[in-house]
Design a protein around this ligand. Structure first.
Ligand SMILES: NC(=O)c1ccc[n+]([C@@H]2O[C@H](COP(=O)([O-])OP(=O)(O)OC[C@H]3O[C@@H](n4cnc5c(N)ncnc54)[C@H](OP(=O)(O)O)[C@@H]3O)[C@@H](O)[C@H]2O)c1
Ligand SMILES: [Zn+2]
Ligand SMILES: [Zn+2]
Length: 357
């Protein structure tokens, strides 16, 4: 392990083209550098962004591509400069594995907004090799991008927090939306959305789920603890809820009208876009002017926010609702996620899977 003579390889599941079908793929991994942590992946969550990537929704995909960016695993080896992590420790990794460290964003500990950030897959590392993600036996990650996991947290529970969890925690923190008593909306009750309900409820917010159907109503109210549930096509209920929300976290992954949701916001309310959408979104300007409303977006969260969110999650004793599957189910899981058929996040038991067949 880590020898200089032989190149290290690992096996992951890669898409080879925009069909997005994954299959076993063996590829080289760099040896452990002074600042690197070599990780054996135990669990990896499946995010809708993985679908956008493997299916080339944004026209920027390179193949073969091993997706996966909600990674929990065990440290197998650390570089000589690494003091924060020990061999045998269970750690996390997310969507980023590199940044420039000198720009304003990096210097302000919001490296997720660095324009030279390096994605954990479908990107090129500083050594010129393609980066590959967490649906793999191993990953090698610079220590800055390795997440400390608070003691006692279950690894499979932590996985979806590393993207979905921090993706909702970060804008709530940044936009001053952590105080209790606020009224929030979660638009789209999927992986990110269900984290939104959990985190916002734990902050003491009154939460309305806004969904495309009534299929998730009972579980949203009874299992996730939402206070109210709106079906977006129910014009009467949407009208009754006008001007009622301080913010909406919009997780819809496809093009959709914004005006019905802008109407739900109070004066100064914020529509926070999360979905990665490759078509222009539209609204008429009075919809924002007349209530001084904002439409904004947010991109995952920083390493600092990730660790803060994990601590918050532990303190509040929250749990994610996940469906654990093996790697040989991944293509079915992708298909079901795309069809809105998961409650609410698939997590792949990578450690318990045979990866090379
Ligand atoms: N900004 C970031 O940093 C960040 C981080 C993570 C993910 N994302 C993006 O956020 C989006 C959501 O990710 P996710 O993993 O939560 O996805 P997901 O699990 O598929 O959830 C999306 C939810 O949106 C609703 N939805 C799906 N298709 C729809 C359609 N055609 N029309 C209306 N509503 C629809 C569904 O909720 P209902 O059944 O309740 O309608 C679905 O559960 C994706 O675009 C993903 O790439 C962004
Ligand atoms: Zn994600
Ligand atoms: Zn930077």
């Amino acid at each position: 392990m880590g020898s200089l003579e032989a190149e290290r390889t690992t096996v992951g599941w890669a898409a080879r083209d925009p069909s997005g079908v994954l299959s076993p793929y063996t590829y080289p991994l760099r040896n452990t550098g002074p600042d690197d942590v070599f990780i054996k992946v135990h669990y990896c969550g499946l995010c809708h962004s993985d679908i956008h990537q493997v299916k080339n929704d944004l026209g920027m995909s390179n193949y073969p591509m091993v997706p996966g960016h909600e990674v929990v695993g065990e440290v197998l080896e650390v570089g000589s400069n690494v003091t924060r992590f020990k061999v045998g420790e269970i750690v996390g990794a997310g969507l980023l594995v590199g940044c420039c460290k000198t720009c304003t964003a990096c210097q302000s500990d919001i490296e997720n907004y660095c324009s030279k950030k390096i994605w954990s897959y479908n990107d090129v590392y500083i050594d010129g090799r393609p980066t590959q993600g967490g649906f793999a036996e191993h990953m090698i990650v610079e220590q800055k991008f390795v997440v400390k996991i608070p003691e006692g947290m279950e690894p499979e529970q932590v996985a979806p927090l590393l993207c979905a969890g921090v993706t909702v925690y970060s804008p709530l923190a940044h936009f001053g939306l952590k105080e209790s008593g606020l009224r929030g909306g979660i638009l789209g009750l999927g992986g990110v959305g269900h984290m939104g309900v959990k985190i916002a409820k734990a902050l003491g917010h009154h939460i309305t789920v806004i969904s495309s159907s009534d299929k998730k109503k009972k579980e949203a109210l009874e299992d996730l603890g939402a206070d109210s549930y709106l079906v977006s096509s129910d014009a009467t209920s949407m009208q009754e809820a006008a001007d009622s929300l301080d913010y909406i976290i919009d997780t819809i992954p496809v093009g959709h009208p914004l005006e019905p949701y802008l109407s739900l916001l109070k004066l100064d309310g914020k529509l926070i876009l999360m979905g990665v959408i490759n078509t222009p979104l539209q609204f008429v300007s009075p919809m924002v002017m007349l209530g001084r409303k904002s439409i904004t977006g947010s991109f995952i969260g920083s390493m600092k926010e990730t660790e803060e969110m994990l601590q918050f999650w532990k303190e509040k004793e929250l749990s994610s609702m996940i469906e654990i599957v093996k790697m040989d189910y991944i293509n079915k899981a992708l298909e079901r996620l795309e069809k809105n058929d998961v409650r609410y996040r698939f997590v792949v038991d990578v450690k318990g899977s045979k990866l090379d067949q």
